[in-house]
Design a protein around this ligand. Structure first.
Ligand code: SAH
Length: 212
């Protein structure tokens, strides 16, 4: 279902500057409509964020594409996602042949997405908890992607990144953020790149925002 809509979405991502063919092909395969509530399903292939309940959103496809492209990962590598949400971003990473670990702090969203992964047969390792402290057990990760806006870069995530790995995280205030990309050069040395003007829901936790 929705093959034509998906193809059109991918064409629009190309026009907006996404070049990584592995990212584009994963986005052409993963059925975004399965990750959104039925009420907004007719809009699943528009390039917009959509509500998924509990005040959270599934990120805009363009944002998913940019962040995934910025991770620069190869099949077989390990990636940690903070903010599972609908599970769509994690499904894209899995489709690209990565080993995917993902953390969600809201129990209702966690349980719903866990059921969906089971139903779709997606082998993604999930954890319920505060992702700002990372997931020590499987570290180091070749890439870490944070899909909620943070006031600063959590130290634990920098630690759990492999040398040569990239951390993609929106940093800013509660309303707008700069996509910040750290490349770990050695234990305490990071290269920093920035892409301005993104808008994410807040990252809430020990090294994130306080719950309102
Ligand atoms: N990647 C998701 C985007 C979901 S929105 C997708 O593809 O749909 C961001 C999610 O981050 C929300 O579900 C929110 O509950 C979660 N979140 C916020 N702070 C968090 C934290 N400290 N640890 C883990 N998840 C968090």
């Amino acid at each position: 279902m929705y093959e034509i809509e998906r193809k059109e979405l991918v064409d629009s991502l190309r026009r907006k500057g996404i070049k990584d063919e592995a990212v584009l092909s994963a986005m052409e395969k993963v059925e975004r409509h399965l990750f959104v509530p039925e009420a907004v399903r007719p809009h699943a292939y528009e390039d917009i964020a959509l509500p998924i309940g509990y005040g959270q959103t599934i990120s805009q496809p363009y944002t998913v594409a940019v962040m995934t492209e910025q991770l620069k990962l190869k099949p077989g590598q390990k990636v940690l996602e903070i903010g599972t949400g609908s599970g769509y971003q994690a499904a894209i990473l899995l489709e690209m042949g990565l080993k995917v670990y993902t953390i969600e702090r809201q129990p209702e969203i966690y349980l719903r997405t866990q059921k969906l992964f089971d139903k779709l047969g997606l082998r993604i390792l999930m954890k319920l908890g505060d992702g700002t402290i990372g997931w020590e057990q499987y570290a180091p990760y070749d890439g870490i992607i944070v899909t909620a806006g943070s006031p600063a870069i959590p130290e634990k995530l920098k630690k759990q990144l492999a040398i040569g790995g990239r951390l993609v995280i929106p940093v800013g205030d509660r309303v707008s953020q700069t996509l910040t990309i750290l490349t770990k050069l050695d234990e305490n040395k990071f290269d920093v790149e920035k892409i301005p003007q993104f808008a994410f829901v807040p990252l809430i936790g020990r090294e994130g925002w306080k719950e309102k």
